[in-house]
Ligand binder design. Structure first.
Ligand SMILES: N[C@@H](CCC(=O)N[C@@H](CS)C(=O)NCC(=O)O)C(=O)O
Length: 224
């Protein structure tokens, strides 16, 4: 029997987090591919429609929401740890992840909501919406600089070891540093690729980090 079952759809950033964690832990995952247009199986199992959903095959427990799934995986399979073993560093990692999920994701989500109906053409927005998009674009640019500064001190976002901060951020940040596969037409991913773009000249450490993490998880990146 697999260690866990995970419901997924193609090109899901939040599913990629679980794939990275499972790879670090050496877990055997039974992936269940869900039709993005028919979420009934997700709804029946978990009472909501979003993926990932992790299911414990032993007792059928369904866990939703990638940060909660990551915590559940850490508790269930503690070795090797995703969080730093030092309690102070573990608390800082929690702060980083909480901020990433609750704050960093805000701008690209808001921009997608505004830009998707106009085919990502900023010029077709009202003046107020254009201003909102530009403000969020500026936030994304500033935060790229913060990640770059963070990587000046350490090789990974949470310290010297690859861990929960990288698992949390990489599936999103990578869109800014790698070519988008032509078959990935998610508006959110196009927003990340356009407004979160960086390269070896603008952000050399972030680019090197992206390449390091990509090398560690070659089978996860760009599935499909
Ligand atoms: N907070 C949730 C968000 C889950 C989420 O938004 N999942 C996306 C895929 S990455 C989804 O199912 N979106 C609905 C859709 O694409 O139709 C998590 O972190 O797991």
């Amino acid at each position: 029997m697999a260690d866990l079952r995970v419901l997924r759809i193609p090109f899901s950033t939040n599913v990629d987090r679980i794939a990275m964690a499972a790879e670090i832990k050496g877990l055997d995952v039974a992936w269940v591919d869900v039709d993005p247009d028919d979420r009934s199986v997700v709804r029946d199992l978990s009472g909501q429609e979003l993926v990932p959903v992790a299911v414990d095959p032993a007792d059928g427990t369904a866990v939703t929401d990638s940060p909660r799934i990551l915590e559940w995986i850490e508790q269930r399979w503690p070795e090797p740890p995703l969080w730093p073993t030092d309690p102070g560093l573990a608390a800082l990692a929690d702060v980083f992840c909480r901020r990433f999920n609750d704050v960093w994701k805000g701008p690209p989500n808001r921009m997608t909501a505004l830009l998707e109906p106009v085919d990502l053409d900023r010029d077709r927005l009202s003046a107020a919406d254009r201003r909102a998009v530009d403000d969020d674009a500026a936030r994304m640019r500033i935060w790229l600089d913060r990640f770059e500064e963070r990587l000046d001190v350490h090789d990974h976002l949470g310290g010297n070891e690859l861990g929960i901060c990288d698992v949390t951020a990489y599936p999103f940040l990578r869109y800014g540093g790698q070519p988008l596969p032509p078959e990935d037409d998610h508006a959110f991913h196009r927003v990340l690729a356009t407004y979160g773009a960086f390269d070896a000249t603008s952000h050399p450490r972030l680019t090197a980090w992206c390449a390091r993490v990509h090398e560690r998880f070659p089978q996860i990146v760009w599935p499909g």
